[in-house]
Design a protein around this ligand. Structure first.
Ligand code: F0G
Length: 488
């Protein structure tokens, strides 16, 4: 669609979805994280910020399917109530609901998509994500990613390679959740299935995002599935090859801008507001709701025994906010008995959140970002306030790691056979540092998040094949080639 055709009336509701939309407007609300102002969940135009400029957070009442349908009055009360006011159902009932759905194989039904939501590692938790009728859901499906036991003590037999990770971190009971196993190779698919479902429901004419590469790959894929025009803004020359290839291959209008991610982020917000395009960065609060599913799935995989720590890389801080919010809600609903502590890890050259943390969050910092981990090369994170709340309420920490530490940790993860992209390795580098500093105890149960697939970036921190190094196709040449590698 030519850009000129996208006017400010970006949403086109019709008879069939207008009822759903008006229900959503009352059952879901948006609260400003800065001034606590409240807005309806959906309006005539999408709203990404409060009038004060603060970002918005979704608030919704949770209804277990065994409960009665919420009346209109209850919906209205939900609009006025904060999460903690919402009457929680016993945690056991919620656990049973999600556990019954979990064993379903991720199969596509032959003619209808009815079981698809149960197979998705996001929509399985739909009552805690977004109350939307199933026919609007756009899913591949996503989630159901592995939780690898990699600690010195919890790593099973025939996993000597994986155990090296536990040795490196100095942890006995350590798990790595590999979000690079999502359909487009990163955790972004969890937020994107919800974001693009909202775009579908609201009748958006086009979608857009700024990205360091993974958000754009994910959006391009989900938009293509729906048949929706998609524009992605990337900082030129700062996006790993695999990610750029994905967005081009999925057919997104791929615009590389002069500047960094923070410039691209400012631009896309302006573009979306002026041209009426649906914004799908994590500034869109529904993306955060989808990413909460990482937290729920970790808890379910651990049989609802909350870990002591959750460690993850931090850039724009959407994921820190989302997983922390999931833990908060799981705790409030009685799904788990205690809140895990959250450790957000930044690269030293892109560490505004770390700087704020060491100052006791006395002021917000912005930096000119510089790191080899391009995914987290972000100097002015959008979700600062949301993430700060997570660190404070979970008694969490923010740590920084150098590029050298990231690369060393990446080599350990790659050599274990699991593999990840550079930003993800900040998790292991950070966990190791926090153990060395005595902040994480060696016998605590720790979950680390690997956010992206190894193939996203096939250059950074990976030995490159030497040109002209081919050998003759003979047994003698093979013997010479491996002589220094293995003794046979
Ligand atoms: N790890 C990877 C692989 C990422 O792609 C990102 C963010 C992060 C960690 C940090 O997560 O921003 O929620 O704190 N990538 C975004 C993108 C910015 O555009 O793909 P965050």
């Amino acid at each position: 669609m030519p850009m000129a055709a996208m006017n400010s009336a970006s949403l086109q509701s019709n008879q069939s979805n207008s009822n759903v939309i008006s229900q959503l407007a009352t059952s879901v609300s948006l609260r400003c994280v800065e001034c606590a102002a409240l807005y309806p969940g959906v309006g005539d135009r999408p709203r990404y910020r409060c009038d004060c400029g603060g970002v918005l957070d979704v608030e919704a009442a949770f209804h277990h399917p065994m409960q009665q349908e919420p009346s209109l009055q209850a919906g209205f009360e939900a609009l006025m109530a904060s999460e903690s006011d919402v009457k929680a159902l016993a945690g056991a009932q919620w656990r049973q609901l999600f556990d019954e759905r979990a064993p379903l194989p991720p199969l596509w039904p032959v003619n209808v998509d009815t079981r698809l939501p149960d197979s998705s590692g996001v929509w399985r938790y739909r009552e805690l994500i977004l109350p939307v009728p199933e026919q609007y859901i756009v899913s591949r499906p996503e989630g159901n990613t592995s939780l690898y036991p990699v600690g010195r003590a919890n790593c099973g037999n025939h996993r000597a390679g994986h155990r090296q990770i536990g040795h490196y971190a100095g942890l006995d009971r350590f798990f790595l959740k590999h979000e690079g196993e999502n359909p487009t190779g990163s955790f972004k698919d969890r937020g994107m299935t919800v974001g693009v479902t909202m775009a579908n429901l609201l009748g958006a004419r086009a979608v857009a995002c700024a990205s360091t590469g993974n958000t754009s790959a994910s959006l391009a894929s989900y938009a293509a599935q729906l048949g929706l025009p998609c524009i992605v803004f990337l900082p030129a020359a700062h996006v790993a090859g695999g990610k750029l290839a994905q967005s081009l291959a999925y057919g997104a209008i791929t615009i590389q801008i002069e500047g960094d991610f923070d410039d691209a982020m400012r631009l896309v917000e302006q573009v979306c507001n002026e041209l009426g395009i649906f914004l799908l960065n994590s500034l869109n609060p529904f993306r955060i709701e989808g990413q909460k599913a990482i937290g729920f799935e970790v808890l379910q995989q651990l049989d609802w025994q909350a870990p002591d720590w959750l460690v993850l890389p931090a850039g724009n801080l959407g994921n820190t906010s989302a997983i922390g919010k999931a833990f908060r809600q799981a705790y409030q609903l009685g799904l788990i008995a205690h809140l895990p502590r959250v450790a957000a890890i930044q690269a030293t050259g892109a560490n505004p959140f770390y700087r704020a943390f060491v100052s006791g969050f006395s002021h917000r910092e912005r930096v000119q970002a510089q790191t080899i981990a391009t995914a987290i090369k972000i100097g002015d994170p959008v979700s600062y306030t949301r993430a700060r709340q997570v660190i404070e309420e979970s008694n969490g920490v923010v740590e920084e790691v150098t590029d050298e530490e990231i690369l060393a940790a990446k080599t350990v993860i790659d050599r274990s056979g699991i593999g990840c992209e550079p930003a993800s390795a900040a998790t292991l580098a950070g966990a190791r540092k926090l153990v060395e500093r005595g902040i994480i105890k060696r016998d605590e149960r720790v979950v680390g998040i690997l956010t992206g697939n190894l193939l996203k970036d096939s250059q950074t921190g990976i030995p490159q094949p030497k040109q002209g190094n081919a050998i003759a196709a003979s047994i003698e040449a093979v013997k010479r080639a491996i002589a220094n590698e293995i003794s046979l």
